[in-house]
Design a protein. Sequence first.
Length: 112
Amino acid sequence: MRISQWTLLWLLIVGLLGAIEIAIVVGAVNPYDVVTFFFIMVSGLIVISVLAIIGATFLGIYISHRILSTRDFTPFEQEMLRMSEEVKRLSGKVADIAKALEKPHDPPGNRR
């Protein structure tokens, strides 16, 4: 079985962080030293940044797959399309009623 480079890199990072944690617990590393604290913070930020980018990439892939894989409209979208058609139909009926009620106006001088 062959282990990929990325797996080895991940194991190296996790091992490094584990070694730092063990060294702090044992007392070999003083985490309150300014230089040590700086290097611990920088290494932690780098690891978190890399993991955040990887997670965001996978989340983006998942969301885009969900959006593009569904070819049918969602129930909400189907309801909105039905409502749109109903509004068009009712607008046509209102226009027909308005035309039926519209009469030519008689000028006031012609009335008796």
